[in-house]
Design a protein around this ligand. Structure first.
Ligand code: FES
Length: 150
């Protein structure tokens, strides 16, 4: 069935079942492949997108839950004020190693700074606790978030 979504500030339509995970609608139907598949089980955070300002795991979010909400993916994260600062800090501090998890990390960091503009260490640890990095770039991630917070 045709389902209308608002993705990266534009109207898009996907032809899919309402229970299809948003991750696969983004990647397969809309060709937005920056959002990554990691575990598919809600454990790693690689698939994180922002839904009405909140970081969610798109592998665990059916399309039906996203209808009528603003979906922002890594492709448009720099259109968000916090997202632009996060990406700039990520580049400045050369955060990624293999890079696979970083789209999800950036989305979570952007959601964190949007709701908590000046996060303390504990806020950062809690806000990023759902995103796993197998290269263990955590210290650079934390430093970049502090830099983006200004
Ligand atoms: Fe969604 Fe791992 S792929 S949490």
């Amino acid at each position: 069935m045709a389902i209308a979504l608002i993705v990266n500030h534009g109207k898009r339509t996907v032809d899919a079942e309402p229970d299809k995970p948003l991750l696969w609608a983004l990647r397969e139907d809309l060709d937005l492949r920056g959002t990554k598949f990691g575990c598919g089980a809600g454990l790693c955070g690689a698939c994180t997108v922002i839904l009405d300002g909140v970081a969610v795991r798109s592998c665990q979010t059916p399309i039906s839950e996203a209808v009528g909400k603003q979906i922002i993916t890594i492709e448009a994260v720099t259109t968000l004020p916090a997202g632009k600062r996060v990406v700039d800090a990520w580049v400045d501090l050369d955060v990624p190693q293999c890079g696979y998890c970083q789209a999800g990390q950036i989305m979570s960091a952007t959601a964190l700074l949007t709701r908590t503009p000046k996060p303390g260490h504990d806020d950062i640890v809690a806000g990023m606790s759902g995103n796993i990095c197998r290269c263990a770039t955590y210290l650079r991630i934390q430093k970049a978030i502090r830099k983006a917070a200004g």
